[in-house]
Design a protein. Structure first.
Length: 576
């Protein structure tokens, strides 16, 4: 499979789109950068990078990092690289490389000509390791993985020096070259930095910087039998690329001394600054790539882009817009401490965005036929429907009204509860953009289930007409029985039914929501939607926002629910 050729975006348009949002809030990272600019630490340069490992699809947590790194570069008139941390070929695939590039572009960012891979530096990284050996700062160790853990010590007990720590420089160079040539089996030797086994920071206790891994690499093939560890490759790659501010998540805070140690011991003139921020955690969501992969491999979901997944591709397929995700990332800001964000805020962001730009249509998801017995049998008429009341420039459309219609089953009750203002015996209701109708009779099947409702309409109550002065409490949506398209509709909900699905000591799969997907067939939608293109999003009035699935065809339309209309976040905010 070939690598994706990154399409070029209009950078001026991208910058203009991003500048439409409010000015970024000051945070501790920007304060550091502002100070560095004042002191001229990096010659007035700001250069960031987004360094994903291609071992899975990106998720909403990565979106925060993408927006942060590329956003800072844009705001400071700097640059941001896209660099793949491809140092573990046993878990990496070109499919992931392609998907990551697509996701970054879709979010509205462009790395221009700055696409890099850690594998670009394999030869130079090897030479750096050789230099550490020559300087007496690294040694080849024969301890097994279990022995390495035993010798490392604990948080309260110092580690022990490896029995191979004092090998001569010549022997270390010879053995390291043999590691490179594939003379040793996997797991038998490592190259370790020689630092301090008594350090209170476990990352400084002679960490492994190279391991033997006889696995073909997606870019270098069988050239290498050894691969550098992330802690070794990352800072050196940053230095080679001229990165000024290496922004990463909080779990790397204890790795910063090691990041600096490698650059100092190797005498790099350019020394980037590592800065850590709190990763994004969402309620009702798991963010671990390992667990997301588990969901995919066990077919709990339909691939990485399943609309229930927190992956960027899943959110895109579900109908989320890049603007809504960028706005969400702006809202949650950048913090130093770990916290959990209510997923309702993410849902609010997409509602807020789509409310402004999504066209309104009518769709009946659980159809019940209504026959207006006093409407002429073969007559139809066009009614005017507003496309989006939030944006008058979107204009209006025509909807066909006829004798036979479909309404939602829930919009009729033969024995209604109190305060039920929809169609019922003795109760009138307005048809959206149309007339007021009144119940007459119900037709039932042999089991007693209502299959058809007969009504009359008041021709003097046409919506928008000068004669229509009479008010009723309920308004329902509908679709003409003779002028509609049939579609499958998938109602997606949260994948987990508890706020924190992955607590200690429990299997996150125990908290899966069995009702995370409901599939409705033969739904009735406005004929207007027949030419919809995959990815287009609409508001189905009274139902929510829906997106045409990317696997749809003209013969098989499938709409995914992006989000329901009810906005719990707005309710929470209003209660404060």
């Amino acid at each position: 499979m070939e690598e994706l050729n990154p399409k070029k975006l209009d950078k001026n348009k991208m910058d203009a789109d991003l500048s439409d949002s409010k000015k970024p809030a000051i945070n501790f990272i920007r304060e550091i950068i502002d100070k560095d600019l004042v002191t001229n630490k990096y010659n007035q340069k700001v250069h960031t990078r987004f360094p994903p490992e291609p071992n899975g699809y990106l998720h909403i947590g990565h979106a925060k990092s993408i927006c942060l790194n590329f956003g800072i570069a844009i705001d400071y008139n700097g640059q941001c690289n896209l660099r793949f941390d491809d140092t573990n070929p046993s878990k990496e695939e070109i499919e992931y490389v392609n998907s990551i590039q697509e996701d970054v572009h879709w979010l509205g960012f462009d790395w221009e000509d700055r696409l890099f891979y850690a594998s670009d530096y394999f030869e130079r990284l090897y030479n750096c390791a050789v230099q550490l050996i020559k300087d007496g700062k690294a040694f080849v160790c024969d301890l097994t993985a279990d022995q390495l853990r035993e010798y490392r010590g604990t948080l309260t007990e110092a580690g022990k020096n490896s029995p191979y720590r004092n090998r001569s420089i010549e022997e270390n160079l010879t053995r390291f070259e043999k590691m490179k040539n594939g003379d040793f089996p996997d797991g038998t030797h490592t190259l370790r930095a020689k630092i301090d086994m008594a350090s209170p920071n476990l990352n400084m206790r002679d960490p492994v910087i190279y391991r033997i891994l006889k696995v073909p690499h997606h870019r270098t093939g069988d050239t290498w039998y050894i691969y550098p560890m992330y802690d070794f490759a990352h800072g050196i790659s940053d230095a080679y690329e001229g990165i000024t501010h290496s922004i990463c998540t909080l779990e790397f805070e204890d790795h910063r001394p090691l990041y600096d140690w490698f650059l100092n011991e190797l005498n790099f003139k350019h020394h980037p600054q590592q800065i850590e921020f709190a990763r994004l955690n969402l309620t009702y969501t798991v963010m671990s790539k390992r667990k997301l992969l588990q969901l995919v491999e066990e077919k709990i979901v339909d691939g990485w882009d399943d609309p229930r997944m927190p992956t960027i591709s899943g959110l895109r397929r579900r109908g989320y817009s890049p603007e809504s995700i960028r706005n969400f990332c702006d809202r949650i800001g950048v913090a130093k401490r770990e916290n959990v964000i209510d997923v309702a805020l993410l849902e609010h962001s997409i509602r807020e965005d789509l409310n402004k730009k999504a066209q309104r249509v009518m769709g009946v998801l659980r159809p019940m036929k209504v026959v207006i017995i006093n409407y002429p049998e073969h007559q139809t008429e066009e009614l005017e429907a507003v496309n989006n009341p939030e944006d008058p420039s979107m204009g209006s459309r025509k909807v066909i009204f006829s004798r036979e219609l479909y309404i939602e089953k829930d919009d009729f009750k033969e024995d209604p509860p109190k305060k039920y203002f929809r169609l019922s015996p003795g109760n009138e209701v307005r048809l959206r953009y149309g007339y007021i109708i009144k119940y007459v009779d119900a037709i039932k099947d042999a089991s007693g289930e209502i299959i058809e409702v007969h009504c009359t309409y008041d021709p003097e109550t046409k919506s928008g007409s000068a004669q229509s002065q009479r008010k009723v409490k309920g308004t329902i949506h509908w679709v003409s029985a003779n002028n509609n398209i049939s579609s499958e509709v998938r109602l997606y909900d949260r994948l987990f039914n508890t706020e924190i699905p992955e607590g200690k000591g429990k299997d996150f799969r125990e908290n899966l929501n069995p009702k995370s997907l409901e599939i409705l067939s033969d739904c009735k939608l406005e004929m207007f939607l027949k030419d919809t293109k995959p990815g287009e999003t609409f508001q189905f009035e009274r139902q929510g926002y829906f997106c045409l699935d990317k696997h749809s065809s003209n013969k098989n339309l499938v709409f995914n629910r992006t989000v329901a209309l009810r906005d719990s976040w707005t309710k929470i905010e209003n209660q404060k």
